[in-house]
Ligand binder design. Structure first.
Ligand SMILES: Nc1nc2c(ncn2[C@@H]2O[C@H](COP(=O)(O)OP(=O)(O)OP(=O)(O)O)[C@@H](O)[C@H]2O)c(=O)[nH]1
Length: 390
């Protein structure tokens, strides 16, 4: 019996030892335990209200709000500007054509004044014209004309050379083209000006400057911010409008340009405005895309009023590349006038000649600087006189 009890005790001890060993072997180790997460700290209670400043309080370590005294500030609207009338603007700005004058005007005068005009000199004349973006066909025509006239003249006085060049340049700039900007209302409805062109050419700026030109000439204007693609363009236009007291109709960013254009024209009719200027987006994605977008804008406007002027904005510094873009626009919409911007920053004033010839549309406005009143109705005589100098 004692033997049985001894065996039972031994077996029990062995069992206890075995269970303890297994526990030690398989107990969860520290690294297997899920990490202990500290309870999140409650967010600091910062309360800001319009016109208040959330700052560090002295007693509570920065969790209080300092409310300034409830003083109501009177925000004064900026005064509405009265821009100068457009007449004579190009005369005032003709000095801005200095770069074209130095290269094109002076260069040609100097060469044509030489005693001997051999083939090399005529080549140089041709090169100047091409470099100034006059275009190949007009350059050939000019050189041929000048050669004939120089032969007829024989010896030339400086005055004769100047007169000869003036006549020739003027003929190329086509002074007889009708450059009337159609901005006058017809009966009860305002004139509608659609501003088109590639982004960056100065389209929005030109729309704003044109509003100033018209307000300066005594008209009332509504601006339509149909370039909904770029939010900054809308704000830019708003600023232009605010400065001269012109209402600006805007839509949501990325909204339908045609709907903004429609609303702008409706507003113009309601307000009995003289002119509605609509700034459009000029993304040159595909010709069909452009055609769809501008075509729709035009169609939708025409539900309320006719489009009197389609103004194509072209950057004079972009040369032939700009010309190609202009051609795409001209194929898509019926362009009635060109606004040639940044003529002040280029020696390529000859683009006036080539763009009119290639698009068959007159230059009606020229941008001669970044100032708000640096947009002028184009005057061929003032232009040519500025090129060859007084
Ligand atoms: N020097 C000079 N700068 C000009 C003239 N016209 C416009 N600019 C400048 O050209 C830049 C582009 O003008 P924007 O009006 O923003 O161009 P945009 O075509 O409307 O561009 P999006 O709004 O993107 O369509 C601006 O810095 C203008 O001040 C000009 O006649 N002369």
């Amino acid at each position: 019996m004692d033997g049985y009890i001894g065996i039972i005790v031994i077996v029990a001890i062995a069992a206890v030892l075995a269970v303890g060993g297994l526990f030690l072997l398989f107990r969860p180790k520290a690294k297997d335990l899920p990490p202990v997460q500290a309870p999140p700290e409650p967010p600091a209670p910062v309360i800001t209200e319009p016109g208040t400043t959330a700052g560090l309080g002295e007693e509570d370590g920065g969790t209080t709000t300092t409310l300034p005294p409830p003083v109501e500030e009177l925000v004064k609207a900026p005064p509405i500007e009265v821009p100068p009338p457009s007449a004579g603007r190009m005369v005032r700005l003709r000095g801005r054509l200095a770069r074209s004058q130095n290269v094109l005007g002076r260069g040609l005068l100097e060469l044509l004044s030489r005693d001997r005009l051999d083939d090399d000199v005529w080549d140089e004349i041709e090169e100047i014209l091409i470099t100034a973006d006059v275009g190949v066909a007009p350059t050939r025509a000019m050189v041929e004309d000048l050669r004939t006239k120089v032969k007829v003249l024989g010896s030339r006085t400086p005055d004769e050379v100047r007169r000869l060049l003036r006549e020739e340049l003027l003929a190329q700039v086509a002074p007889d083209l009708d450059r009337t900007l159609h901005t006058a209302p017809t009966g009860e409805r305002p004139a509608v000006v659609l501003v088109v062109g590639v982004n960056g050419t100065g389209k929005t700026t030109t729309s704003g400057k044109l509003a100033r030109v018209l307000v300066g000439d005594g008209r009332t204007v509504v601006l339509g911010a149909a370039d909904t693609f770029r939010a900054a363009a809308t704000d830019q236009l708003q600023t232009w409008g605010d400065r001269v007291g012109a209402s600006v109709v805007r839509g949501p960013e990325g909204g339908d340009p045609a709907s903004v254009a429609f609303d702008a024209v409706a507003r113009g009719i309601e307000d009995k405005a003289d002119t509605v200027i609509i700034d459009t987006a000029g993304r040159l994605h595909t010709k069909t895309g452009l055609m769809d977008e501008l075509g729709k804008v035009k169609r939708v406007i025409e539900k309320r009023a006719a489009v009197d002027e389609v103004l194509l904005v072209l950057d004079a510094t972009t040369g032939q590349n700009g010309m190609r873009q202009a051609q795409v626009f001209a194929e898509v919409v019926n362009v009635t006038g060109i606004a040639l911007t940044k003529l002040d920053g280029t020696a390529k004033g000859g683009i006036v000649i080539s763009v009119q010839r290639e698009l068959g549309v007159p230059v009606k406005l020229v941008g001669l600087g970044e100032g708000p009143d640096d947009l002028a109705p184009f005057d061929p005589e003032v232009f040519v006189d500025a090129l060859i100098g007084d």
